[in-house]
Design a protein around this ligand. Sequence first.
Ligand SMILES: Cc1cc2nc3c(=O)[nH]c(=O)nc-3n(C[C@H](O)[C@H](O)[C@H](O)COP(=O)(O)OP(=O)(O)OC[C@H]3O[C@@H](n4cnc5c(N)ncnc54)[C@H](O)[C@@H]3O)c2cc1C
Length: 401
Amino acid sequence: MSKHYQILIVGGGNAGLSAAAQLLIQKSSLNIGIIEPSEKHYYQPAWTLVGAGEFDINATEKRMADYIPKGANWIKDAVSTFQPEQNQSTCKSGKKYTYDALIVAPGIQIDWGKIKGFKETLGKNQVSSNYSFDVAPYTWELIKNFEGGTAVFTNPSTPIKCGGAPHKIMYLACDYWRKKGILDKCNVHYISGASVIFGVKEYAVTLSKVVAKNNIHVHFFSNTVEIDGANKTVYYEEKNADGFTELKEMKFDICHAVPPQSAPDFIKNSPLADANNPLGYVEINKNTMQHSRFPNVFACGDSVNAPCSKTGAAIRKQVPVVVENLLSFLNNKECGAQYDGYSACPIPTQYGKLMLAEFDYTNTPKMTFPFDQAVPRWTMWIMKKYLLPWLYWNKILKGRA
Ligand SMILES: Cc1cc2nc3c(=O)[nH]c(=O)nc-3n(C[C@H](O)[C@H](O)[C@H](O)COP(=O)(O)OP(=O)(O)OC[C@H]3O[C@@H](n4cnc5c(N)ncnc54)[C@H](O)[C@@H]3O)c2cc1C
């Protein structure tokens, strides 16, 4: 026996809860089920500030029960398989749920295991990562107590949530060490799988100056493959100009590493995955957010194959499109709403100053404010530290922003 919902949502994260709340604002009589296994909901964008000693980790975690929108049914379970031909999802418990329309929003999978030794050394041996709720406070311990030596920051070659996070923490660390008077004793290296510091050239110009000012040694096309915590060594594969890959190693005194990421395995192994996407993301039309093969399936958030930057800011623009198109679909109307790939990356360039990079699928700046956002500002820092967390818990998750 299966239970039926008009709309079934997989994942009660940023995307899933915002979508449920906006749907219920549009039509309170909708019968919505949200499948979500976690008792807790996390405001992950603040983890960078946690790592920099500027935000309390406990304020980033709240009870899921308090944020499931009134009128939606929380199914405390995890989806394991999809049967889209039967409009059905099956959960780990074995229970099955059918739907008229499905929203897939289970976020991204952190592949700690893809860097040898990382999981074993995470949170000890001077190795940290802001990508973990448990470990982000350790980043601050490392930065605060550093007295000089080699500091390594890594960025993987896969897309990740918040592409700016691997270097945001590096700029803050350098600024902290400058103020402490030890920056000239710090040998800072950025080992990145990317080919540039930032994909939008207007913002990259600003960041290149920050890199130069802090005397950061940048290694592009360099993919971290192993972290040997006991011997304080990072191994990375660097692609040279001839396209050959060379294995290199670097000793460190502290290391902030970012793991490779991909679609959750249950998505990768499902009929909803894009067979041409090696990381297994959900196959959608990047403008309508509707599944390419199953028209009653929509997706938003970090698990989609759309070539946008994976952020909460992107989700804020995706969700209204999903909501409008899903309701159109249920009313046998055309899915006319379009997402243009908007995303934003708030990059602190030092304590008290932040550059709000906004852009779309074409990597064209899409600035909200009537000033040059490529210039780091105190007002943007205040927005990131105080306004955005408030907006998230009080408006975004409630479908009102
Ligand atoms: C260090 C860091 C810094 C960041 N900085 C920023 C920033 O400055 N600005 C910004 O906009 N964004 C930032 N982000 C990115 C932002 O947090 C994510 O893009 C956003 O949370 C993605 O939302 P989501 O709903 O797709 O996934 P999530 O919010 O991760 O939620 C996914 C949900 O799905 C649930 N789930 C998982 N598996 C299943 C299953 N099998 N069945 C049902 N449910 C399941 C999970 O329990 C979870 O609740 C940052 C992220 C990190 C880690």
